[in-house]
Design a protein around this ligand. Structure first.
Ligand SMILES: [Zn+2]
Length: 290
């Protein structure tokens, strides 16, 4: 049959065959490109999902000057943004709690992790008089002091709300200072201008503080009372007493525990007044380093 087909027709057939092959190749090439694109999108999607999950946690939906239930998973980031090298600072953060936990009865270690000045968490506004110490809870079960400090630091980037605290007392009793007491923090609404704020970490939803946290809360509050010449009676207040907010939850729901805490501070001040007033009551580390 082949030979019988005129030359013209044969050429046409060849052309058609070449065309068909070309089309098949094109389809194959496009299919390959499509597959590569799909795979790339999947990989990109997965890589995006992980940081997205943690950054979503940092968004404060409450809109108030208090901490939402947040936790940030990468403690190294705090060190990097604060000017340390990743590894050095992360080990420093780890050792910070070890140092502060060793605080004796007449001694308290403060780990200075001052925030970068920014309009969202450390405005740098002078705090000229201190009339009270305000106790808060982080509303973030199991959240560490480092994570909460990191949340404040990241507000300068995320700009989702204004929030901070002078001090954060962690689950191991470690005390992280975020803002010098001569500057205001964004913690206690209309009392930001004349109070020092302490955020306290807690284990679960009840907001109950563990013994180590309570011990450092007591010492830090006592030291602040002596420093600013305040009495335990009216010098220690809850965020609740300022704005009616359920903060610190456990001390609002358990008035007797709140009284017990205040009494423990008063007693500690009475027993250790001289030590509290001495220069060496506080020792300092900076990001865990002496
Ligand atoms: Zn609060």
């Amino acid at each position: 049959m082949e030979e019988l087909i005129p030359k013209k027709k044969g050429r046409k057939r060849r052309k058609r065959r070449i065309f068909v092959r070309l089309m098949i190749w094109l389809i194959l090439v496009f299919a390959m490109i499509g597959m590569i694109t799909v795979v790339a999108l999947i990989v990109y999607g997965i890589s995006k999902l992980v940081p997205k999950a943690s950054s979503e946690k940092t968004v404060n939906t409450s809109g108030s000057y208090d901490l939402p239930g947040v936790s940030i998973d990468d403690p190294q980031t705090s060190a990097v943004t604060s000017g340390g090298s990743g590894t050095a600072a992360s080990s420093a953060t780890a050792s910070a709690s070890a140092i502060s936990v060793s605080s004796s009865d007449e001694h308290l270690n403060i780990d200075l992790q001052l925030l970068t000045k920014n309009p969202y968490s450390r405005p740098g506004t002078t705090l000229s008089n201190v009339n009270a110490v305000v106790i808060h809870y982080t509303a973030s079960p199991k959240g560490t002091a480092a994570e909460n400090r990191e949340y404040f630091e990241d507000l300068r980037i995320f700009k989702t709300t204004k929030a901070s605290s002078h001090f954060i007392v962690g689950l191991d009793g470690e005390v992280v200072q975020c803002i010098p007491t001569r500057e205001i923090a964004y913690a206690s609404n209309n009392r930001n201008k004349d109070t020092v704020a302490i955020e306290c970490c807690h284990e679960d939803k009840t907001g109950k503080f563990n013994e180590k946290t309570l011990d450092s809360m007591k010492k830090l509050t006592a030291w602040l009372l002596v420093k600013f010449g305040l009495s335990a009676d009216d010098g220690i207040i809850r965020h609740y007493d300022v704005s009616g907010k359920l903060c610190p939850k456990y001390f609002v729901e358990h008035e007797d525990e709140w009284k017990k805490f205040k009494d423990s501070v008063a007693e500690y001040v009475d027993e250790h007044r001289a030590a509290l007033a001495a220069d060496d009551y506080l020792t300092f580390t900076e990001f865990g380093r002496t």
